[in-house]
Ligand binder design. Structure first.
Ligand SMILES: C[S@@+](CC[C@H](N)C(=O)[O-])C[C@H]1O[C@@H](n2cnc3c(N)ncnc32)[C@H](O)[C@@H]1O
Length: 221
């Protein structure tokens, strides 16, 4: 039986609580330190020789926030179908206001952990920050989320996480519920799931890292 503290509802409640007063504490609603850092994140996530956006047919964006990643992808020649899944209604509505006219974009307001996407697959599955809120059962939570993300990805994953070994203690004092990941453990897990990390890109404040991971079966002859 799942401990109620570790249920999908409890996880979602912690994410809601983290972002509920984020604006008051941090002065913005994006979940990034500032707009400059946000732009660096979207650019670092998309700028990689592993990702040919002009050839990609579909992207699933988990924790899509206000939908800005779609703008970055389109600017880089992505013409495929985009699905953004966002838990919080405010950012979800902002994404629709901003990109609702895009005929190949779908925005879903839902808890990804409780959302049934059936057997749908996406060329790329991206998660920029959906693992960034600390959960008491962090390792189990990461395993569950990444197992699902890998299953949904035909080519690979693009993930943003905070590198625990580099996050300044002051930042964790300000944001005690920020999840900071052990990158070694994360990479081991990705390898075990058959989607090893091929490229780690530190940027911005140096503890932000973008992980590009490719499914192993792509290498099969
Ligand atoms: C750091 S913010 C980044 C938003 C967006 N990816 C961007 O780059 O601007 C992370 C987002 O993930 C969302 N999120 C976290 N857990 C989620 C879940 N289980 N299902 C859907 N969205 C989730 C949060 O609500 C938040 O908006």
């Amino acid at each position: 039986m799942v401990d109620p503290a570790d249920s999908a509802e409890a996880h979602a409640a912690r994410v809601r609580a983290f972002y509920a007063d984020y604006h008051d504490r941090m002065g913005n609603t994006l979940g990034w330190p500032d707009l400059h850092a946000a732009r660096q994140t979207w650019a670092a996530a998309c700028a990689d020789p592993l990702t040919d956006w002009t050839a990609a047919r579909s992207v699933l964006d988990v924790g899509s926030g206000e939908g800005h990643l779609l703008g970055e992808l389109r600017a880089r020649g992505f013409r495929g179908a985009y699905v953004g899944v966002e838990l919080l209604e405010g950012p979800h509505r902002a994404a629709i206001r901003r990109y609702g006219d895009d005929p190949d974009a779908t925005f879903v307001c839902a808890d990804f952990d409780a959302l049934d996407l059936g057997h749908t697959g996406f060329d790329w599955v991206m998660s920029l920050g959906s693992l960034a809120v600390r959960q008491p059962d962090q390792a189990a939570c990461d395993r569950r989320a990444l197992t699902r993300l890998v299953r949904l990805a035909r080519t690979g994953l693009v993930l943003y996480v905070n590198d625990r070994s580099r996050v300044p203690p002051a930042e964790l004092n300000d944001l005690p519920d920020l999840a900071a990941h052990d990158l070694g453990a994360l990479c081991e897990l990705l390898a075990e799931l058959g989607c090893p990390a091929r490229n780690l890109r530190w940027y911005a404040a140096d503890h932000s890292v973008i992980v590009h991971a490719l499914r192993l079966d792509l290498d099969a002859p």
